[in-house]
Design a protein around this ligand. Structure first.
Ligand code: ACM
Ligand code: ZN
Length: 757
């Protein structure tokens, strides 16, 4: 200690006694350090730079090597590493030192002045954090790896004392729905480290693909890693154990823990395609090529299922040295178990009263196995159902209730609610400001219970995101989350964060991060011009200075397409496509609106039954605004009902002979949304006594496309003038027996009721 103090005195630094009073100052580092203040002048980096650490602190060598590697990649220059007795000027000096326990194991301080750089930390983890902060103080261009920079630049004098508020700061990446290359995974580990996240939750098995080599069960990858897409093409990929060891070592050098997720008992169709004997029915299955929740899951009635899972986990445990293994546990339909002799026998033998307890039996058994291997188990919040396994950590995704229940029963919890941290969701529901405002500690917890909230995770599911789109969903939202979890209560307001973020974009450009927008950049607004038989479409850009390119012929706009200047007058049915290009990211999201003109835009429509509050759109106006819903049933243009049979009454004001009535409908079978069974059209002249003039049976449930829209058209064979028309939509009452949610109430979705004279 004495020598360290002397060393530091030599560099002219003040230690620990630093008064951090410049609350306004910002180094620009994200996540914002807990305490920071500017120094005077700068440190001049040049080719006489050395990286130094104390000879006796051999544990520092790896951090020194990490910094050396950074300089080498950026400049081509080999900065020498010198173990020394005491530091000398002109160096970056890395030292392990004592800090108060209350600051945790990741604490570091960073001091830059005209004599050099000092990074102090309690553990090597803190040294890496200090190095990452130092990197963020260097010129932006240093991050551009496509050129070698001279080792000749300045670093502004700065004093920082910093530590994280939460010890679990994670990103979950789904490498199953879409496969992410090993190089891409390594890059993400770098990016996590750069922004001081410390957990990489690697989602490795799914219905749509098994992505980890297991030597004991080679068919898992030979069969389970490949799927035949709907167009007949093959899609696949997996990581060999050798590749996984490389990723693990890479993460270890950055002090990032990898948490492998091996899903069970649900989301296991790829495994069951390889080993169908592990399912309840034993019937052959394909690796799934649609998204959703599937009813064929592992059979806990069969002992061989547990032999399989334990053999798989044996290899997983050997590959991943971290403390935790994630076993999934979410979205496991109980339909098969309820109809399986093996499962029923198991329930009798184990005195389990329902399928939830059977799931709990399953998870507890696996939990015991992991505990015996010295590991801790994490599961999604469904593992609370039927009784939580001892010592299990709960990852709360369906809101925060799972975290509340876990913490109140003395279990650790990680928060990643769909409301704030599902980065696969669009900016319409989760924009940057919402993420930045996230509160990881549920208000329902007292301060003791709050201690069980380890932290949070950003969830990046990839049904709609092949590798090249992942950056645009993760960035910049991950930076907001990083600051929530690191700086937490001391983070400044959103506008201050935004100004600092603005300075980060050029750095992200240099790092070739294809970040997305902060909020939904494009919104459409429509206005019906009844007298002109037209619709006026406005495109609203946010921020307003974004340049919007658009087309009206169905093609994807490029930067060369028409630039939006003023509202567009739409006089024939068309598709409006718009994109706002951001920086040099070629993947600007396409915003599309299909517009259909018809004779219902200017008359009176009335619904007998309100849609569900979750899919209420703009009420009945949504059925006569000319704006067509997309295949995303959350797009706000759809009305949805899960009860009754909605009826729509049309008052034309005077008798009109309609020739056609067309209902725009959506079917998304994995989401329990079905076309109506039947449409009935009635007409009347007094508005009271109606008679049927047309009908249509619409069931079309075997179509290979699970999610699609369709215009259900009723032709009136002998048009006669009527003032009133009434359309009745008969819902399919329950999900059919073949469906994963057999017996549950279905949804009916309509976006427009088009009428034509
Ligand atoms: C999940 O999103 N099913 C955890
Ligand atoms: Zn079974």
């Amino acid at each position: 200690m004495h020598r360290i103090k002397k060393t530091i005195a030599l560099l002219g630094f003040l230690l620990l006694q630093i008064q951090f009073s410049h609350a306004q100052f910002s180094s620009g580092i994200i996540p914002k350090p807990q305490f920071e203040k500017p120094g005077k002048g700068y440190f001049q980096v040049n080719s006489s730079l050395q990286i130094q650490y104390l000879q006796k602190q051999k544990q520092v060598a790896a951090s020194a090597q990490f910094l050396k590697q950074f300089f080498h990649e950026a400049t081509g220059f080999h900065v020498p590493i010198k173990p020394v007795q005491k530091a000398s000027t002109g160096s970056v000096f890395l030292v392990l030192d004592a800090f108060p326990d209350s600051l945790g194991l990741e604490v570091y301080s960073l001091l830059v002045n005209d004599k050099g750089v000092l990074i102090r930390a309690k553990t090597p983890v803190g040294l890496i954090h200090g190095i990452q902060s130092l990197r963020q103080l260097m010129p932006i261009q240093i991050e551009n790896r496509s050129v070698k920079h001279p080792l000749q630049f300045t670093i502004p004098a700065t004093q920082i004392l910093d530590f994280p508020s939460f010890r679990w700061r994670g990103l979950q990446l789904d490498c199953c729905r879409h496969f992410m290359s090993k190089e891409f995974v390594l890059r993400y580990i770098d990016l996590l480290s750069f922004y001081k996240l410390n957990k990489f939750h690697w989602h490795l098995t799914e219905d749509q693909g098994w992505r980890i080599e297991i030597k004991a069960f080679p068919l898992l990858t030979q069969i389970g890693s490949k799927r035949v897409e709907q167009d007949g093409s093959e899609y696949g990929g997996y990581y060999t154990q050798e590749q996984i060891r490389e990723v693990v070592a890479y993460a270890k050098a950055r002090h990032i823990e990898i948490i492998p997720e091996i899903e069970m008992p649900g989301h296991a169709q790829a495994a069951l395609a390889a080993y169908p004997n592990l399912s309840c029915t034993g019937q052959p299955l394909q690796v799934a090529n649609t998204w959703g929740v599937f009813k064929d899951i592992y059979c806990p009635g069969k002992e061989e299922t547990f032999h399989f899972i334990e053999a798989v986990l044996e290899e997983v445990v050997a590959l991943f040295p971290g403390e935790y293994v994630h076993i999934g546990g979410d979205e496991a339909p109980k339909f098969r178990w309820e109809n399986c002799q093996h499962c029923q026998t198991r329930m009798r033998d184990e005195k389990l009263k329902d399928a939830h307890e059977l799931q709990s039996y399953f998870i507890k058994r696996v939990g015991t196995f992991l505990t015996n291997r010295g590991k801790r188990m994490i599961g999604w919040d469904e593992i609370l159902e039927g009784g939580l396994a001892p010592q299990a950590t709960v990852q709360s995704w369906r809101g925060l209730q799972g975290a509340i229940d876990a913490a109140k029963s003395g279990h650790d919890a990680i928060v990643s609610p769909t409301s704030h941290l599902y980065f696969d969701y669009g900016l319409k529901s989760i924009d940057l400001e919402k993420v930045y405002g996230f509160e990881p500690i549920p208000a329902e917890l007292n301060s003791f219970e709050a201690g069980f909230i380890l932290g949070g995770e950003c969830n990046m599911w990839t049904e709609k995101a092949p590798q090249e789109l992942v950056d645009s969903k993760v960035f910049p939202r991950m930076l907001a989350m990083s600051e929530v979890l690191w700086t937490y209560k001391k983070r400044p307001d959103f506008n201050a964060f935004k100004s600092r973020l603005k300075l980060h974009y050029p750095r992200m450009d240099a790092m070739q991060i294809h970040y997305g927008y902060e909020k939904q950049p494009i919104r459409f607004e429509s206005e019906i011009l009844a007298d002109k038989n037209a619709i006026r479409m406005k495109i609203l850009a946010e921020p307003q200075e974004l340049k919007v390119n658009y087309t009206l012929n169905g093609s994807a706009p490029t930067p060369m397409s028409a630039v939006y200047m003023e509202p567009l007058l739409i006089q024939t049915s068309t598709q409006l496509n718009a994109r706002a290009f951001l920086g040099d990211n070629p993947n600007a999201e396409l915003f599309s609106r299909t517009i259909h003109l018809h004779d219902g835009l200017k008359v009176n429509y009335e619904l007998n039954q309100s849609p569900s509050q979750f899919y209420a759109g703009n009420g009945v106006k949504s059925l006569q605004d000319g704006q067509r819903g997309s295949i995303d049933f959350h797009d706000g243009l759809w009305l949805g009902w899960q009860d009754g049979n909605p009826e729509l009454k049309i008052d034309l004001g005077k008798p009109v002979a309609l020739k056609r009535v067309v209902a725009g409908a959506l079917q998304s079978i994995p989401s329990w949304i079905f076309f109506p069974e039947k449409l009935e059209l009635e007409a009347s002249n007094d508005g009271v006594n109606f008679s049927q003039i047309a009908y249509l049976y619409c069931a079309d449930y075997n179509h290979p496309e699970q999610t699609r829209t369709k215009d259900l058209e009723l032709r009136i064979l002998e048009p006669k003038p009527y003032r009133y028309y009434r359309l009745k939509a008969i819902r399919l009452d329950k999900c059919p027996n073949w469906h994963d949610a057999a017996g549950s109430k279905t949804w009916l979705f309509l976006d427009e009721l088009m009428i034509f004279e």
